[in-house]
Design a protein around this ligand. Sequence first.
Ligand code: C5P
Length: 244
Amino acid sequence: MLLAKQIPVTERLIVALDLPDAAAATALVERLGETVDFYKVGLELFMAGGCFTLLDRLGAAGKKVMIDLKFFDVPRTVAAAVAGLARYPGAFVTVHGNDGILRAAVEAAPGLRILAVTVLTSLDQGDLDDLGFVCDPATLVLSRARRALALGCAGVVSSGLEAPKLRESLGPGFLIVTPGIRPVANREEPPKDDQKRTTDIEEAFHNGADYIVVGRPIVKAPDPLAAARSAQARIAALFDAAAG
Ligand code: C5P
């Protein structure tokens, strides 16, 4: 199921700027140039400083941004934090919490697109057992997504593995942003890195994702520009084939 939405094809790839400092992130953004139109900034860059300057620069360059800080705190604090990001209208902002937390985030900044983190793609059944959840990842993802949408979130962050069930149960009208993108060959035991519930580019979109988030496969590639171009070519081929 490939969902044709009014999303420019080049914006469907979100590159995660998981780099040690803003200078390294700026250098990568310059290197990727027009190949990438959407970037995610997360905890690593925020801890390094310079992140707001980088966000301003990305905005000035016409790039879209996803601010992935996975806010999880009491509702008032989450509302205040989200309100602080209102100056980046249209940005995707991740929140990781229960109904009260998600509601606070949604109400704090109507101009932002709040994405609920469902279950981290680095967690598998064993990890959920360890955390005390008495259900499987698919059930937890669906239950969290259903509540998030009812509360006014624009969409969810979800593994591509759970995307088909989300589309089947909740319809086409919300955003699914899918990290944990790896070549299928990487799906081996033990996994090559911390991502466990992975899909490849084609599988993620065919399963119902609207956007994919790719970090290490591009950022740590010997040639990040070539890796980004290759990802964009694969995405364009998918959606061109669907349109044609
Ligand atoms: O390097 P890699 O492609 O695994 O990067 C994935 C990115 O997506 C990381 O920045 C990670 O923080 C983020 N992410 C994730 N799982 C989520 C939400 C965000 O892997 N549920």
